[in-house]
Design a protein around this ligand. Structure first.
Ligand code: SF4
Length: 260
């Protein structure tokens, strides 16, 4: 995922310790806004879903014990923070999207989902690299299950942080009498992962300590980048869903049937 992980879930808001009052954010010029101390929650069910454990087959007590043990310590291994930048949408030709600053995404899914939107918010969240280092240490010392579980917890924590930042963007949009779309990430839904590089031009990722490798991998690995559209609530509610035109029949995240 771009995450390194991504989804379209909406959930927990951030902790409220954000240094910027969303009501004061009016700039559409791509100014990078930082959010510290994003609240993160990971549950046992999140982990079981992440490791694709079948609901019909209860995990062994040993595995459950490892999960609970890792859950009891993960908060001390993460530091969730993020940043976002709101830009004006200067063009949408139905196949691609152009943001202020000449940032041009060749992404049909964005063009479709952001139809009628006037703005877009690019964001990046990370939980830092301590948890992945600890997971690697455990694996290298022969504690493969614990390392694997801790790594899965890190992925879930990054998703939770992205949910929190997305909830913050809902507030920002609400203060502008706007609503936001679902979030989309390079590498998903037919959006070429290479455009991660363009997304990183739309925001100052160094402010949140995230960098991009030549192969478009974010570092720290437990980071998520995404974009949401912003527009009048009625327009956003009526925006088409890319799933209607997507031919990925095996996608587990499909939100509606493909239109024939
Ligand atoms: S079906 Fe899956 S891959 Fe296709 S647009 Fe929907 S969520 Fe994305």
């Amino acid at each position: 995922m771009a995450s390194n992980t991504a989804s379209d879930k909406l959930s927990a808001p951030c902790s409220g310790n954000c240094p910027v009052d969303p009501a004061e954010v009016t700039s559409d010029n791509g100014m990078t806004i930082l959010l510290d101390n994003i609240s993160v929650t990971v549950t046992r069910d999140d982990i079981l879903e992440r490791i694709e454990h079948s609901p019909e087959r209860r995990p062994s007590e040993r595995v459950l014990s490892h999960i609970d043990s890792c859950l009891s310590r993960y908060q001390g291994l993460i530091s969730a923070r993020g940043a976002y930048a709101v830009r004006t949408i200067e063009g949408n030709d139905g196949r691609s999207l152009t943001l202020s600053g000449g940032i041009h995404f060749d992404a049909w899914n964005l063009a479709l989902a952001f139809r009628g939107c006037t703005n877009a918010a690019v964001f990046i969240v990370t939980i830092g690299d301590a948890i992945e280092q600890e997971a690697s240490r455990l694996m290298n010392q022969g504690h493969g299950i614990q390392g694997y579980i801790l790594d899965a917890i890190g992925s879930c924590a990054a998703e939770s942080a992205a949910d929190g930042l997305q909830a913050e963007l809902e507030k920002v949009a609400g203060n502008r009498n706007q609503a936001i779309t679902l979030r989309y990430s390079p590498g998903y839904c037919g959006w070429d992962i290479v455009e991660q590089k363009l997304l990183f031009q739309a925001i100052d990722a160094s402010r949140v300590g995230v960098s991009l490798t030549d192969s478009c991998l974010m570092l720290p690995r437990k980071s998520i980048s995404a974009i949401v559209g912003m527009g009048e609530p009625g327009v956003v509610a009526e925006a088409p869903c890319p799933c209607e035109q997507c031919d990925n029949d095996s996608c587990p995240a499909r939100r509606m049937p493909r239109r024939e």
